[in-house]
Design a protein around this ligand. Structure first.
Ligand SMILES: *Cc1c(COP(=O)(O)O)cnc(C)c1O
Length: 355
């Protein structure tokens, strides 16, 4: 299948803020990718065009029934001024997996990866060189039939927007405080927990706000049935270092298969560190702590790469991990993965794709 990518460049370019003024997800670049789907034409009308508002009917299905998926990946500027993507095929393959569960028609993965490369190439100047900055890439698909009734849409819009993001850790690592909830559930088994869809985020807001009011950064979800086993931290997968072994919950069907999770597992194995993907209960974590065997806890996700956890709360119990400071392994993993992304270390895994 060959489809043409139309390119329509913006007349004027926006002013770029200073690198130290970039937040996360608040500024968007000059162009975006758009592609439409209809039953008659399949995916068609692929184009790169100036970034701007959409004209959509209020009746389109995504507004009412949430039929949508998204992805989140990054482009980086290396020390020697190359612009690179990190594992783009893997993110787009996950998007292909997500759309199946949302009844959205398949697209050509290679075409989309190429279109993203072309878009990032056009927006090269938005890939800042400052330490820790990146260009966040947000592909997403929405259902666009103007129809009030529950069924899969017959039309869709696939879009990619780009946002320059600042350094996540400006003043060094900042370990997060995590609240383990017994009360709320993010996703059920056989539900949507293993796909990247807005519904999961809608389902997490209430518990997240409660946790924030109590002074926590994020919620850690337990399994939806027994409320006993660790699942994930909303926007991150989670890892525990116990007695030198690194443990992360197995992909049980209700947690997301993070690309960073996979990268961390591969890097750890290459270092000869014992890793295991298995069910791990909250009781086991607290028992390991009591026995002085819980060495480190960290989250993994595209935004922060590695997010050290300094404090865990469950019911009335609160434990400080590694004295509330970043563990050695967390820091080493962060340096290894960001080192590949910024071209400071060699990429032994074939994860870096040049634009
Ligand atoms: C995106 C996401 C993650 C992290 O995945 P990465 O591919 O590493 O960015 C973890 N959990 C949820 C629920 C997510 O949506």
């Amino acid at each position: 299948m060959s489809m043409e990518l139309q390119i329509n460049l913006a007349q004027a370019r926006k002013e770029k803020p200073a690198a130290d003024k970039l937040g996360f997800g608040t500024i968007f670049t000059d162009h975006m990718f758009v592609m439409d789907y209809s039953v008659e034409q399949g995916w068609h009308n692929a184009q790169i065009m100036p970034y701007g508002p959409l004209l959509l009917e209020p009746s389109i299905m995504v507004f009412h029934y949430g039929q949508a998926v998204f992805e989140g990946m990054k482009a980086f500027r290396t020390k020697d001024e190359r612009v690179v993507l990190f594992r783009p095929e893997r993110y787009i393959r996950r998007m292909s997996y997500s759309i199946q569960k949302l009844c959205i028609p398949a697209f050509d993965e290679a075409f989309v990866v190429d279109a993203i490369k072309t878009l990032v190439d056009i927006e090269r100047d938005w890939v800042y060189g400052a330490e820790g900055t990146a260009l966040y890439i947000r592909p997403f698909i929405i259902a666009t039939d103007p129809y009030l009734g529950v069924r899969p849409s017959n039309t869709y819009k696939f879009m990619v927007i780009l946002s320059p993001v600042g350094a996540y850790y400006k003043e060094g690592f900042n370990p997060v405080k995590i609240y383990i909830t017994d009360e709320f559930t993010r996703a059920a088994k056989q539900g949507l927990g293993d796909v990247k869809t807005p519904a999961n985020y809608a389902a997490s807001l209430y518990a997240g706000e409660q946790a924030k009011k109590m002074g926590f950064t994020q919620v850690l979800w337990l399994d939806p049935i027994e409320k006993k086993y660790i699942e994930e931290v909303g926007t991150m997968n989670v890892f525990f270092k116990i007695d030198g072994e690194v443990v992360t919950p197995a992909l049980s069907g209700s947690i997301l298969s993070g690309v960073t999770r996979d990268s961390v597992l591969q890097v750890l194995k290459s270092w000869g560190i014992a890793v295991s993907e298995r069910a791990i209960s909250v009781d086991e974590i607290f028992a390991a702590y009591d026995e002085g065997r819980l060495e480190e806890v960290f989250g993994t996700g595209t935004a922060a790469v590695i997010s050290p956890v300094g404090l865990l709360r469950h019911g009335e119990r609160e434990i400080s991990i590694n004295g509330g400071v970043t563990g050695e392994l967390s820091a080493r993993l962060f340096d290894a993965i960001t080192g590949m992304q910024y071209g400071k270390c060699s990429d032994d895994f074939g994860w870096i794709v040049e634009v």
